[in-house]
Design a protein around this ligand. Structure first.
Ligand code: UDX
Length: 432
């Protein structure tokens, strides 16, 4: 099939290359000429395992074309995916749809024969209706169909999540379109993914409710971890014990620092705003947001306590600063609030992250990046394991710290307290 993907970001780039890899001809459009040039020269604008080789292979096979020419791409294609960014508006938690509506007004100029317009970006309830109105004001209704097809891609596992999703959600009542899209997704459906069709509005809401529920699971286990610490129970046992109940499920029950990323923080707030728009008070999600916002300061206080409030000129090493492993994404990562507060207490901060140096810390004189884990930990007073990169899972701390009374604060429980105690290492975990 002939597909156009608009927006070469985390969602558009992954979706575009995966559709190409399924044998479709994909035009991936972005207004950022720098990004398009980068991609045409084989460089990736995002860090996603497996992406680079897949892009190169499909470009070489002429199934994947990167362009800024939206007219050519839309005219050539039958199916148009809108994958542009939908950031949160800070003060009122509503979603900024400027990019979406701009693209829609461009697309409608080039609709001369039947097109399927699909929103893959996360957009608030009933945005599809607005898009339909915008197009219909210039184009005959039977020449297009607006469909919601939300993505459930996790950063760092996006290609796998695209190829092996639990479900494909299609929001439209148009039977012909349902058949066409079943055909497009057929190779994935054949591998066992459920093809679920529903109304456009339901599909739009499913994305928010799904993310908000996962965020709820994380905040839930993080609060239980606070209790477990008080009563000397290992939260991991609780996670396993409840997760074995198939109604609960074992995933997204790992305690850690506050959840971050571009989706959970944004989508929980957006869902609360959607509720308010319809005069519905989503109190549970509001408390999840509050609980998560409090978590970074709670763990910061834990660091002060571990260091007996003596932080001046102490060397604190962060192992990992991204919001999760296998990504370079720093959006809403809890390290962004922790590190500046430690500097205010006079600490000297080093960090090591396999995805490289972070521009977010360039402005701090007392923060230094180290590509080598051993050097980052040498003579450190406190080693904070912030992100569970594989590179940090088998470290011989005594050998690399070379300091008598160094401490470890393991925010991802990568190590066993028992083993640390046996090796006489001052170790502090989370929820245990
Ligand atoms: C999420 C959703 O999982 C995905 O379906 C949606 O399309 C986009 O948002 P992502 O934000 O990329 O994906 O990362 P995810 O793996 O969900 O982790 C989000 C945050 O939760 C991270 O900060 C992670 O560290 C944290 N997390 C996750 C936990 O603290 N505990 C867990 O058990 C799982």
């Amino acid at each position: 099939m002939k597909i156009c993907v608009i927006g070469a970001g985390y969602v558009g780039l992954v979706s575009g290359v995966c559709f190409a890899d399924l044998g479709n001809i994909v035009h991936c459009v972005d207004q950022d000429i720098g990004k398009i040039n980068m991609l045409n020269h084989g460089f990736m604008p995002i860090f996603e395992p497996g992406l680079e080789e897949m892009v190169k292979k499909n470009c070489k096979d002429k199934r994947l074309i990167f362009t800024t020419d939206l007219k050519k791409a839309v005219t050539y294609s039958d199916i148009i995916f809108i994958c542009v960014g939908t950031p949160i508006v800070k003060n009122n938690n509503s979603v900024n749809l400027k990019n979406v509506f701009k693209v829609v007004k461009d697309i409608r100029k080039y609709i001369k024969k039947f097109k399927i317009i699909i929103t893959k970006s996360t957009i608030p309830l009933a945005t599809g209706d607005k898009i339909e109105k915008i197009i219909n004001s210039k184009v005959r209704r039977k020449l297009f169909e607006v469909v919601s097809n939300p993505e459930f891609l996790r950063e760092g596992e996006a290609i796998r999540d695209f190829k092996y999703p639990d479900r494909i959600v299609i929001g439209t009542d148009n039977k012909k379109v349902i058949k066409i899209l079943a055909n497009l997704y057929d190779p994935i459906i054949k591998k066992g993914s459920i093809y679920f069709t529903t109304s456009r509005k339901s599909a739009e809401l499913i994305k928010y409710v799904s993310n908000a529920f996962l965020a709820t699971k994380i905040s839930y286990i993080n609060e239980i971890a606070n209790l477990c610490e008080k009563v000397g129970i290992n939260t991991e046992d609780i996670s396993i014990g409840i997760g074995l109940d198939k109604r609960i499920g074992s995933r997204f029950l790992r305690t850690g620092p506050a959840y971050g990323g571009s989706c959970f923080p944004k989508d929980t707030k957006a869902l609360v705003a959607i509720g308010e728009k319809f005069k519905i008070n989503l109190t549970i999600i509001k408390s999840v947001i509050k609980s998560n916002e409090n978590r970074s300061s709670l763990l910061l206080k834990r660091i002060y306590k571990i260091m007996s409030n003596k932080l001046k000129n102490k060397i604190i090493t962060f192992l990992g600063v991204t919001f999760k492993p296998n990504t370079d994404d720093m959006r809403m990562s809890s390290s962004l609030s922790m590190i500046p507060n430690l500097l205010k207490k006079g600490a000297i901060v080093r960090y090591c992250d396999p995805s490289g140096k972070k521009k977010e810390f360039n402005k701090y004189a007392k923060v230094s990046f180290h590509s080598n884990t051993n050097k980052a930990c040498l003579k450190s007073d406190l080693i904070v394991i912030h992100t569970e990169w594989n590179e940090f899972k088998l470290l011989e701390f005594k050998k690399i710290a070379k300091k008598s009374n160094f401490k470890i604060f393991d925010m991802r429980n990568l190590y066993s307290s028992k083993l640390m105690k046996k090796n006489k290492i001052n170790y502090f975990g989370i929820g245990k």
